[in-house]
Design a protein around this ligand. Structure first.
Ligand SMILES: NC(=O)CC[C@H](N)C(=O)O
Length: 429
């Protein structure tokens, strides 16, 4: 053998470079992954080792660039069963080591092909461990990923970092962003009772306000015999009430997860007050928990780096049980954690406050962040995490049963006296 150069196939074109630029000037260089181009968003990290397809398609990630702390991503490819919505919502994707081949009998195609097909710009070969430590110390911030033509400047040379940084610094902030209108369904639709309840009279009727709902949420209700009317974020209290049975049959309103800053969701907060005023049983998750907090008059604030992953311990203080839960939140409710407090929102209708007493019924055991609220005088409760478990452990499934019980009784959640006494026994506010 002399040389094979003349007959070797030309090397496949490489992925080309990509550059990640953070708003504080931090730069990471890697390889282009998925679509080529420029993308911007709030850079956040997720600690889930599995479930990347559910993460990518969770509308709560709209306008966020997600860093995977799991070092090796893509092994199981992408299938048509696991998406939580009709598209990928993350604005960018940051990986360490992408799988070179797909290995799952469920896979329909590769993760990279799916990102490319949906126009999602990613970057691989990034030291995601160092990046996560940086975000943990400094907090989440705006960032941009640049590859392909977006990296090419004058004379065909790579554009200077200062230019890329200026674009990042001109991109929109997450604080104050009102994003539910950008992800909500255009048309209302119905999810009928399923499984053993298929074809039966519904056990209860729920109006689920879609603020970025994941497909598994109505499915969890449907498998308990519930008929779910999923309605757009713009729904009014009269439109919601019109969908509920007039004969007093079990019914309730649900608020989903969703992207953006809860302090900007003025319409939804007013809608929720209308629900509470009518005594309609209410359950909210994630964004829905933040909106219950705000409807009750508590504030919300931005966490330094948030909770995103599927291994977060939370205690349900109404039972004393600890559950391992799936999280994706960057904001949290500011309510007294160790007290029975009176809901601060009041239009002077009552000496005791319009909505009475509230407890932080679920607390994060890593950092004591509010992970759930339960009203003691109106039938309403919520959790900051994801009981639909897509992806994630199923420990929190009981919350859907609690909602069905709430709709059946129309009474506030019963909290044992010992549990209330444990909350310091002090009445605050
Ligand atoms: N998953 C969610 O509902 C997220 C709620 C809100 N956008 C947050 O970041 O905290």
């Amino acid at each position: 053998m002399t040389t094979t150069a003349a007959t070797s196939p030309a090397p496949a074109p490489g992925p080309g470079p990509a550059v990640l630029v953070l708003e504080d000037g931090t730069v990471a260089r890697g390889r282009a992954y998925g679509a080529r181009g420029a993308t911007f968003g709030e850079i956040v990290f997720s600690t889930g080792m599995t479930g990347y397809q559910e993460t990518l398609t969770d509308p709560s990630y709209h306008r966020q660039i997600v860093v995977m702390t799991a070092p090796h991503v893509g092994n199981t490819g992408v299938n048509d069963e696991d998406p939580e919505s009709g598209r990928i919502w993350v604005s960018g994707y940051v990986l360490r080591d992408p799988a070179r081949r797909v290995s799952s009998w469920r896979a329909d195609r590769s993760l990279e092909d799916e990102l490319a097909a949906q126009g999602v710009v990613g970057i691989s070969e990034v030291d995601t461990r160092a990046l996560t430590r940086h975000l943990r110390e400094l907090g989440v911030m705006r960032a941009g990923v640049f590859s392909g033509d977006s990296l090419v400047g004058a004379g065909g040379l790579e554009r200077p970092v200062a230019e890329l940084l200026a674009e990042v610094q001109a991109s929109p902030q997450m604080a104050g962003a009102n994003l539910a209108p950008e992800v909500t369904t255009a048309q209302a639709y119905v999810v009928e009772p399923a499984g053993e309840f298929a074809g039966a009279e519904p056990v209860a009727t729920v109006v689920a306000v879609d603020l970025g709902i994941k497909a598994m949420t109505p499915a969890r209700l449907a498998e308990r015999g519930v008929r779910v009317h999923v309605v757009p974020q713009s729904a009014t209290i009269d439109e919601v009430a019109a969908l509920l049975p007039a004969d007093g049959a079990p019914a309730g309103v649900f608020f989903s997860n969703g992207p953006g800053d809860p302090s900007s969701a003025t319409h939804e907060i007013e809608l929720l007050r209308g629900v509470l005023d009518r005594g309609i049983p209410f359950f909210g998750i994630c964004f829905g928990n933040q909106l219950l907090g705000r409807a009750l008059g508590y504030g919300t604030y931005k966490l330094g780096y948030g909770h995103r992953g599927i291994n977060q311990p939370v205690m349900d203080r109404t039972t004393g049980k600890v559950e391992v839960t799936a999280h994706n939140h960057g904001f949290a409710v500011d309510a007294p954690v160790d007290a029975v407090s009176t809901a601060p929102y009041d239009d002077e209708r009552s000496d005791d406050g319009r909505y009475g007493r509230v407890i932080v019924s679920h607390v994060g055991l890593n950092d004591r962040v509010v992970e759930g609220l339960t009203a003691l005088d109106v039938p309403a409760f919520s959790v900051q995490y994801h009981p639909e478990a897509a992806a994630g452990p199923h420990d929190s499934a009981y919350l859907f049963d609690r909602f069905v019980a709430l709709m059946t009784s129309r009474e506030p959640v019963t909290v044992p006296d010992e549990a209330l006494a444990a909350l310091s026994g002090q009445k605050e506010n």
